[in-house]
Write a protein that binds this ligand. Structure first.
Ligand code: GDP
Ligand code: FE
Ligand code: FE
Ligand code: FE
Length: 193
């Protein structure tokens, strides 16, 4: 039994596996491992980190039509319709996780909502751990990942800053639209690490 899900961790794993391609499920398991390691180091509830990591990409393979239907039915921010799967799977995915898995812990749901863009002042240590574990899991191979891991091992806040600076740089480089929350994250963490 886990505290945050009505069932065992193995049952939760199976529910997540049923939603995802094997490729993405393996990513989720690596995020779980990295999140547990960071949670231990930074004093975050390990079981909470494990549950949040297991569900963070739960909705990633849902159709656009499903996300749009949930944005409507749950009266989420109407601006969400202007974005895509990369934003929806966290922000809208949290609603699906709550409805379908019965996970109600507000900090876990916030960590899922925030895992792609981060957040400003309302980013808990749990959210920071999930944001970093998703970026640093051992399957990640982008240039700078070793530096990012070393920075995060020294300071979780410095890791969050490293990630958001590099993600914003990367998005600008590709001339990709930047979700306003990503800018909020950037401005908040810049002077804090
Ligand atoms: P994943 O679900 O494990 O692949 O990882 P994430 O949920 O963290 O990221 C999904 C994608 O969204 C990645 O390719 C990020 O680079 C991208 N992303 C993050 N922030 C933004 C943003 O503000 N705007 C856009 N367009 N993409 C973003
Ligand atoms: Fe994701
Ligand atoms: Fe991420
Ligand atoms: Fe992920």
């Amino acid at each position: 039994m886990t505290k945050y899900f009505d069932g065992s961790m193995v049952e939760l794993e199976a529910k997540v596996a049923a939603q995802l391609s094997d490729y993405r499920f393996q990513h989720v398991l690596r995020v779980r491992d990295y999140a547990c390691q960071l949670a231990k180091q930074y004093g975050v509830d390990m079981q909470k980190a494990e549950v949040a990591a297991l569900v963070h990409d739960y909705a990633k393979e849902r159709s656009d039509a499903e996300f749009l239907a949930v944005i409507q039915s749950r009266h989420l921010d109407p601006d969400l319709v202007n974005w895509g799967n990369y934003i929806w799977h966290g922000v809208v995915g949290a609603e699906m996780i709550q409805a379908e898995l019965g996970i109600d812990d507000p900090e876990i749901l916030a960590a899922v909502r925030q895992h792609t863009t981060g957040a400003g002042a309302d980013m808990s240590l749990l959210s920071q751990v999930i944001f970093m574990a998703d970026y640093l899991e051992i399957g990640r191979t982008f240039p700078g990942v070793e530096t990012a891991r070393a920075v995060t091992a020294q300071s979780l806040a410095a890791g969050v800053k490293y990630q958001i600076v590099h993600t914003v740089l990367h998005l600008v480089e590709k001339e990709t639209p930047i979700y306003p929350k990503s800018i909020t994250t950037y401005n908040y963490w810049l002077p804090r690490a």
